[in-house]
Design a protein around this ligand. Structure first.
Ligand code: PMV
Length: 351
């Protein structure tokens, strides 16, 4: 019968890298030139929810993102779909009278409905949460038995940073050595309880779509930067204040902050090449730097992904509250705006 429908829903948060992945050695398989480490955010405020369904009445694979239908034709989606489908297993629900064999999955089509619980146009990285959720929900639907490491290698082929979103807490993406990407997987370094009062504040500077994709940015940096190979080799943390803040509670091999000039010039280089950071971004950097030096010790760290939005990291809720107050002072909302829509997320920090 064509009447049944089987579905499952999954939720995946986004992640913020403290040691960035920047540069690919293989653009198809998305294999990076360096290891990276990130913090996975709390799913409450920044995550993707994806519902996947299968039914014999579906005549083709289809996907909706934030209620609008989008094309699944890109290589990234196709690769993930193919990898998951090829690992599908028999499924049976006797009560509902549904039986799907391994072979059936090859001819069954799926509908994928995905939405982000944060403003889509906010210029916030959504592909990490999106692809992680895409892969995870399909794997559940198709009764795939692979472990999270293997699933991370599949999500990686959708968007590099997505591989790190399958775990909570602090996550490392091992660049791996193999040409087929089988060892380019994510591992959890410390779980979400490890540093549970760490607060990440994202200051949205521009809600426009980024002008340079991270793929283009990485390609240009790899082709033109004399420093990028060095960075990849020594696994530097470009954010020296992160080291001061001791944001790496685990041992990161060979992290060094001995050569600050080189780090600074590298950062500038990436900024200049991509022309991503806007004036406001620099003002936020200035605001954090000034506060850190006035206090005599670093209170907060800042980082940027491939866009102008500043990601601020505070070591605990108290520091976060002070930082937020400073930000609201220096970047006040328009008098007509209410604070509720100006500050999205966990407002209890303001109290
Ligand atoms: O996941 P991609 O391929 O869009 O690359 C994202 C890269 C950065 O966010 C800038 C850094 C990182 O490690 O997440």
């Amino acid at each position: 019968s064509k009447r049944w429908i089987l579905m499952t829903t999954a939720q995946t948060p986004t992640n913020i890298a403290v040691i960035k992945y920047w540069g690919k050695r293989d653009e198809n398989l998305i294999l990076p030139i360096n290891d990276s480490i990130s913090v996975t955010l709390d799913p409450e405020h920044l995550c993707t929810t994806t519902t996947v369904a299968v039914s014999p009445s579906f005549d083709r694979d289809r996907m909706w993102l934030n209620k609008k239908e989008i094309s699944l034709s890109s290589d990234r989606y196709q690769r993930c779909l193919r990898e998951i489908r090829s690992r599908a297993n028999d499924f049976e629900d006797e009560k509902k009278g549904i039986k799907i064999t391994k072979k059936d999955w090859e001819n069954l089509h799926v509908h994928i409905d995905s939405y982000n619980n944060f403003p889509t146009a906010a210029g916030l990285a959504s592909s990490a949460a999106g692809f992680a959720c895409f892969v995870f929900s399909l794997a559940r639907l198709m009764n795939v038995k692979e472990d999270l490491g293997k699933l991370s290698a599949i999500a990686r082929q959708g968007s590099g940073s997505a591989c790190r979103s399958l775990y909570g807490g602090f996550v490392k993406w091992n660049m791996g050595k193999n040409d087929d990407g089988s060892d380019s997987v994510a591992v959890q370094l410390a779980d979400e309880k490890h540093w549970d009062d760490l607060v990440i504040i994202i200051a949205v500077v521009s809600s426009r779509q980024k002008e340079t994709s991270s793929t283009t940015g990485m390609r240009e940096t790899v082709e033109t930067s004399k420093l990028i190979q060095h960075r990849a080799k020594v696994f530097l943390c470009p954010l020296t204040c992160l080291i001061h803040l001791n944001i790496s509670p685990y041992r990161i091999n060979r992290v060094t902050n001995k050569d600050n000039r080189r780090l600074v010039s590298e950062l500038h280089l990436i900024f200049l090449i991509l022309i991503l950071a806007r004036v406001q971004s620099f003002r936020i950097i200035g605001c954090v730097e000034k506060w850190n030096s006035a206090e005599g010790s670093p209170q907060a760290a800042y980082t940027f992904d491939a866009g102008p939005n500043a990601v601020l990291i505070a070591r605990n809720r108290k520091v976060a509250a002070l930082l937020l107050q400073r930000l609201l002072f220096h970047f006040p909302p328009h008098p007509d705006t209410d604070l509720d829509s100006y500050v999205i997320g966990d407002k209890s920090i303001l109290k």
